[in-house]
Design a protein around this ligand. Structure first.
Ligand SMILES: *Cc1c(COP(=O)(O)O)cnc(C)c1O
Length: 369
């Protein structure tokens, strides 16, 4: 074990490339150690025990209500978004989608493909989502709201408490994609009255991509999942739930990532507050430095998982130069923002000295164009 651990540390020291991405991100040595081992067979009591433990820890980490259900899926986050819509929306439901960028648009596309009656609440880039964006809708006619807690394409963190109050008042189920927020921002199903919470392995959990989790409230389970028609073989939550009772999944699960998850969730339960506090301090310091160096950060509320930076020079070229000349990979933007903004991730195994290196490189590139 020790030998492996020093091996991965040596590799990390030699490999100079640093990922300031939102997924996959820099993994922790403990995860890399697991990734180097032979996989066990999974239809066994030993693996069932790991799954039962994963389920209990996950429910605890998100503060799920009594009677909540956990679903483990072998797919990236978008698969879990689609699976959640399939299982939690009835054919007759009217759906509200908060659409402030690429991931909000993805929810719209999912509704479109599955013929759901939906309205897109558009939040133009640069605007902060507030209650006024929802004013023109007759809210009591809607059944389900779909929202990305953090719209990762822009970095905006939405006010979930505000959305919770609106949903509660109008009897709307609240579905929250917390894929880039879980582990970084405040995620609390009971307090935020979330009916379905979506998470994925490759963001703040800093695991390999390919595993996604959904936690469903008791109310959502009884009033939607159980009465819904079966629309998919692979994404059938009822079958997942029945299998999980004995610690199993209907199909071959992402065995390795589930073992990685087991280690990470244990660490989380003991250290989540500590990890969050450390990240909050680092992010605060980094943003202050950016402003001091006259870099421009958008004014809407931000997630702890990334810092968007608006650049006067071509942002895509800036990203390319950081990668090619400095071995620093930040996250480029897509669509209209591609040449205007970069996103700097705060997830995974990154330290202050990594950000110091990044800040120096950013100043150097800005200076010489
Ligand atoms: C990363 C992410 C997803 C999932 O994207 P995949 O590429 O399918 O993993 C979904 N929603 C948000 C908000 C994300 O940040």
């Amino acid at each position: 074990m020790n030998e492996l651990s020093t091996m991965s540390q040596r590799k990390r020291a030699k490999n100079k490339m640093r990922l300031f991405t939102v997924g996959p991100v820099e993994m922790y040595p403990e995860t890399l150690e697991i990734a180097s081992k032979q996989l066990p067979y999974f239809r066994t009591d030993e693996f069932s025990d790991i799954m039962k433990e994963n389920k209990a820890m996950l429910l605890q980490c998100v503060n799920a209500d009594e009677g909540a259900h956990a679903i483990f899926l072998t797919c990236s986050g978008s698969g879990a978004m689609e699976a959640t819509v399939l299982n939690c929306c009835l054919k007759s439901d009217r759906v509200l989608v908060i659409n402030g960028g690429g991931f909000g648009k993805r929810f719209c596309e999912i509704c479109e493909i599955h013929n759901l009656d939906y309205s897109s609440v558009d939040v133009p880039f640069g605007e902060k989502l507030d209650a006024s964006h929802l004013e023109k809708y007759n809210l009591c006619e809607y059944d389900v709201m779909l929202v990305n807690m953090h719209e990762t394409s822009t970095g905006q963190l939405y006010d979930i408490d505000m959305l919770r109050d609106i949903c509660e008042k109008n009897n709307i189920f609240l579905v929250v994609d917390a894929i880039s927020s879980f582990g970084a921002d405040d995620v609390d199903m009971k307090n935020q009255k979330v009916d379905a919470l979506i998470m994925s392995s490759q963001k703040a959990l800093a695991l390999a991509p390919g595993l996604s989790m959904v936690v469903i409230s008791k109310k959502m389970w009884q009033e939607r999942v159980l009465i819904n028609e079966k629309k998919s073989l692979y994404f059938d939550f009822i079958s997942c739930d029945e299998n999980l009772l004995r610690g199993q999944t209907p199909f071959t699960p992402a065995v390795r990532i589930l073992i990685e998850l087991n280690q990470r969730l244990k660490q989380y339960i003991f250290n989540l507050a500590d990890e969050k506090y450390k990240r909050a301090n680092l992010v605060k310091w980094f943003r202050t430095e950016l402003v001091r160096k006259s870099f421009i950060i958008p004014s809407y509320p931000l997630s702890q998982s990334l810092t968007p930076v608006l650049l006067e020079q071509d942002a895509y070229q800036f990203y390319t130069r950081l990668r090619n000349e400095f071995e620093l990979t930040v996250t480029p933007c897509g669509g209209e923002l591609k040449n205007k903004m970069i996103r700097i991730g705060h997830l995974g195994n990154l330290e202050k000295m990594d950000y110091e290196r990044l800040l120096n490189a950013m100043e150097e590139i800005r200076g010489c164009i």
